[in-house]
Design a binder for this molecule. Structure first.
Ligand code: PLP
Length: 349
């Protein structure tokens, strides 16, 4: 007996318009069908053919020796940091970076790694001068500096390839390894029309998320040398991240990589459109570079605006510096609906 599975699209489900993040996407019917059809095995034994296919595909696409599938970007970043740095060692990281500010302090708490946060420049990079002066001398008073961790895109900003080349060369010249939190690296790749290998050149490891703009329900892939990935596999197990029939998730990732990468350009165009529409209402909007729009909202209106938008079926996190995200589940007509709701908000003055 065969079972006919039918999946409905996000629009058919009549869900609220959710612009809190690009992580909120629901798997599309095509993605769900790919998940349902996935061949699986026990991935802790290395037996899941779909996970193995995903890892081989991403490693080849980015030009790395090896790859490892993780449940989340947080876990993938943490395993990478723990694979590069030992107990009592240090990593240099931007004050605004997700690994430092939004991952529960995992490097310090679980990895015994000391973070050395450094101020990000307005373009999202960290100046080479600042990095140079933060590298500790070989002296028993200091935690040995082992790693530089960067993020691209960072807060929706794309780091320039020239900067990345210079900063990774500099880090290597001072004996540091380099890790990239590439949760949204495909947004940078699509924006700059680069190929994957060029976008991550100079990094010893890269964490790529499938669950952000690419629309998979979960999963990140860590890229690195065979040696780094072997170490990361041990840490993944210790962190509770050894999944069994994970092929159902890997199938979603493969589907996303095949079908959703070019669609990021639409998210970027929608972000521009949303930004211009909000500017036309007299709001101050930072020029978006990819799919994240930052708009200034008067502090005394944040709670009321959030609840008004909620009453109009729009989920948004409203703060003095509000971040709105465009993604697969907010096509242009929904962006129009968001703009109408902002326009109709009755208490702007
Ligand atoms: C830049 C960045 N890195 C890493 C992560 C962590 O990913 P996850 O939520 O899968 O743990 C996020 C999550 O939003 C992110 O924005």
């Amino acid at each position: 007996m065969s079972t006919q599975l039918e999946f409905r699209t996000a629009s058919q489900l009549r869900l609220p318009i959710d612009i809190r993040s690009d992580t909120v996407t629901r798997p599309s019917p095509g993605m769900r069908a790919a998940m349902a059809a996935a061949e699986v095995g026990d991935d802790v034994y290395g037996d899941d053919p779909t996970v193995n296919r995903l890892q081989a595909h991403v490693a080849e696409r980015f030009g790395f020796e090896a790859a490892l599938f993780f449940a989340s970007g947080t876990q993938s970043n943490l395993a990478a940091l723990m694979s590069h740095c030992g107990r009592g060692e240090e990593y240099l990281v931007g004050q605004e970076a997700h690994t430092y500010s939004y991952e529960g302090g995992g490097a310090a708490v679980l990895g015994s790694i000391q973070p050395q946060p450094l101020q990000n420049e307005p373009d999202g990079g960290i100046s080479i001068q600042r990095i140079a002066s933060a590298i500790k001398p070989d002296d028993i008073h200091f935690a040995p500096t082992r790693l530089l961790a960067l993020e691209n895109t960072i807060g929706g900003r794309v780091l320039s390839p020239d900067y990345l080349r210079q900063v990774t060369q500099f880090a290597h010249s001072r004996g540091l390894r380099t890790h990239l939190d590439g949760a949204r690296i495909f947004n940078a790749i699509v924006k700059l029309k680069m190929d994957e290998g060029a976008a991550v050149a100079g990094f010893d490891s890269v964490s790529v998320c499938l669950s952000k703009g690419l629309g998979a329900p979960a999963g990140s892939v860590l890229l690195g040398s065979r040696e780094i990935i072997d170490r990361a596999r041990r840490w993944r197990k210790a962190l509770g991240g050894g999944m069994r029939q994970a092929g159902v998730l890997a199938a979603a990732g493969l589907y996303a990589l095949e079908h959703h990468v070019p669609k990021l350009a639409l998210d970027h165009a929608n972000a521009e459109y949303l930004a211009q529409g909000l500017r036309d209402l007299g709001l101050h909007v930072e020029p978006p570079q990819t799919n994240l729009v930052y708009v200034a909202i008067p502090a005394d209106k944040t709670a009321d605006l959030k609840s008004y938008l909620g009453s109009q079926g729009i989920l948004a996190t409203i703060a003095p510096r509000t971040r709105l995200a465009t993604h697969l589940d907010v096509p242009r007509d929904k962006i129009e609906a968001v703009l109408s709701a902002f326009r109709d908000y009755p208490r702007w003055d």
